[in-house]
Design a protein around this ligand. Sequence first.
Ligand SMILES: *[C@@H]1O[C@H](CO)[C@@H](O)[C@H](O)[C@H]1NC(C)=O
Ligand SMILES: *[C@@H]1O[C@H](CO)[C@@H](O)[C@H](O)[C@H]1NC(C)=O
Ligand SMILES: *[C@@H]1O[C@H](CO)[C@@H](O)[C@H](O)[C@H]1NC(C)=O
Ligand SMILES: *[C@@H]1O[C@H](CO)[C@@H](O)[C@H](O)[C@H]1NC(C)=O
Ligand SMILES: *[C@@H]1O[C@H](CO)[C@@H](O)[C@H](O)[C@H]1NC(C)=O
Ligand SMILES: *[C@@H]1O[C@H](CO)[C@@H](O)[C@H](O)[C@H]1NC(C)=O
Ligand SMILES: *[C@@H]1O[C@H](CO)[C@@H](O)[C@H](O)[C@H]1NC(C)=O
Ligand SMILES: *[C@@H]1O[C@H](CO)[C@@H](O)[C@H](O)[C@H]1NC(C)=O
Length: 343
Amino acid sequence: MLFFIFSCIIAFAGTVSPPCPLQIIPPKVVVGYGDSIAANCSCNYSLDQLENMGWESPNGAVSPTEGVTFLLLKANATEWTMEPKCYTNLLDGDQCLKRLTVTIYKMADNVSVSPQSQMGPMVEGKTYRMQCDIANVAPARHLSVYWHKRNKIVYTESFNKELNQYPVNLSSVFNLTAQRDDNAAQIWCEAKLNFGSSGPNLRSMKSRSHGVIVLYPPTFTQPEKETVTLKAGGKIDLNCTARGNPMPSCSWHPSDLILENNEKQPILTVTREGTYNCTVSNTQGTNTKYFIVTSAPRDHTVLAGLLGGFGALAVVLLIVGYFTLKPDGTFSFCNGQPTSSVI
Ligand SMILES: *[C@@H]1O[C@H](CO)[C@@H](O)[C@H](O)[C@H]1NC(C)=O
Ligand SMILES: *[C@@H]1O[C@H](CO)[C@@H](O)[C@H](O)[C@H]1NC(C)=O
Ligand SMILES: *[C@@H]1O[C@H](CO)[C@@H](O)[C@H](O)[C@H]1NC(C)=O
Ligand SMILES: *[C@@H]1O[C@H](CO)[C@@H](O)[C@H](O)[C@H]1NC(C)=O
Ligand SMILES: *[C@@H]1O[C@H](CO)[C@@H](O)[C@H](O)[C@H]1NC(C)=O
Ligand SMILES: *[C@@H]1O[C@H](CO)[C@@H](O)[C@H](O)[C@H]1NC(C)=O
Ligand SMILES: *[C@@H]1O[C@H](CO)[C@@H](O)[C@H](O)[C@H]1NC(C)=O
Ligand SMILES: *[C@@H]1O[C@H](CO)[C@@H](O)[C@H](O)[C@H]1NC(C)=O
């Protein structure tokens, strides 16, 4: 009677009906397709207000039950769009209904980088489109794709679009502008379903990794012009080593100053002063380095020789130190073996 008056007051005051006092624990579940779902729906109505309560669900439904203030649901996640509902019927005719949020996931069947023909040699400075295909994954809005180059993530894509709950095939496109330092790098993509801290932590799926080959023109690792001093009666090595892919070949000019069979070697030993040009080339371009070889003045031969010697030693030490410390540069030597190979 008192409750009836209370209800009338609320109705006449025009207030909205009170929020549904049903509680579902847990309020949300994230499960794999086919997995079981369990939830507990409870209310704090007193039994003399309550007619019955039940669960609506495509499977595991619980028919209206009297004399309880909580009711368990045990269902299987066999319908992608399922949303079980817990309801109560009150003796005064009011109904209350609360939904259990169910997120059903499915790991991808396959993650692959395609088309594979694009993984042939790349040319420095050009942009290449790479595609990562993720087959049969759900739900798309929780998927993130990570592109890895060497061991760094270089691009991330999420799919926050209005995609439904059903499994879909997705693609992520990554545009790689080829750099010489990308030569020999491994590239792969990784797909992961992220549900945040409250959801399950699912393992990610990775594509096969693909080796990248980048073609680039020869460049010298030392200045393009070098002046060296020749000790009287001595000889000196000119180093024309260049970096490039494919491996550059070199030639020296003028050829009449060149000792026999030395014309195609990157290191040229000279005994006469003059300007020596070294031209390195590969399919991607050509570059020339100039060496100006001068003779030491006679008067100061010994001193100059000593200084020159120490200077050269210092330079050699510096160069050796620099290139020893430099990580994983690809140096191609004229007539040597290629340092990069097709992967
Ligand atoms: C369901 O919830 C009710 C109310 O919180 C509690 O009394 C009951 O023990 C719970 N049952 C289970 C199986 O968790
Ligand atoms: C149920 O409990 C909540 C707070 O936990 C309260 O606000 C609400 O009035 C209660 N409902 C009933 C019908 O007792
Ligand atoms: C859920 O699946 C299990 C195992 O397949 C089965 O035993 C059980 O009856 C199913 N439950 C429902 C509510 O369909
Ligand atoms: C995954 O896709 C790639 C490329 O389409 C294919 O070569 C491979 O066989 C597939 N693997 C599986 C397990 O389906
Ligand atoms: C995904 O791709 C596979 C193979 O190409 C196809 O059989 C399947 O129907 C596609 N699924 C969807 C949801 O488009
Ligand atoms: C990749 O390049 C294509 C066209 O070249 C462009 O449409 C697309 O937006 C680019 N994607 C990204 C992620 O930059
Ligand atoms: C020539 O220079 C390259 C680097 O520019 C170096 O790695 C190589 O050891 C040098 N060779 C000689 C014989 O000095
Ligand atoms: C070396 O190259 C320079 C610049 O191209 C040129 O002027 C010079 O004649 C060349 N010297 C020789 C010996 O080829």
